[in-house]
Write a protein that binds this ligand. Structure first.
Ligand code: FES
Length: 103
């Protein structure tokens, strides 16, 4: 099972086993990561699951699609490495992924 490293706003890093096929958001909720509320349950409509993907991982994770980008801009989040964690599916290649949770 891939390990995802969540860097919380307080600096604490939580390493979590997250099942293949689930999302980075679901892994965060399951491990009670601070700052990931996921109010819409993964429907790409609330923006409360925002993370900043470590730059070294962006080529594997990929950038946000137009819908996701619109959502991020709507809540005032900018930056090519900003993603809604509900839209990042866990694949074997993402083992070790590092994401930072904004304050
Ligand atoms: Fe609502 Fe990701 S959980 S946008």
């Amino acid at each position: 099972m891939p390990v995802i490293k969540y860097v919380q706003a307080n600096g604490q890093i939580v390493e979590a086993d997250v099942p293949l096929g689930s999302s980075v958001m679901q892994g965060a909720v399951a491990h009670m990561i601070e700052g990931i509320l996921a109010d819409c349950g993964g429907a790409c409509s609330c923006g409360t699951c925002t993370v900043h993907v470590d730059a070294a991982w962006m080529s594997l994770v990929g950038e946000a699609c137009d819908l996701e980008r619109d959502m991020l801009e709507g809540i005032g989040v900018q930056g090519a490495n900003s993603r809604l964690s509900c839209q990042i599916e866990i694949t074997p290649e993402l083992d070790g992924l590092i994401v930072a949770v904004p304050a």
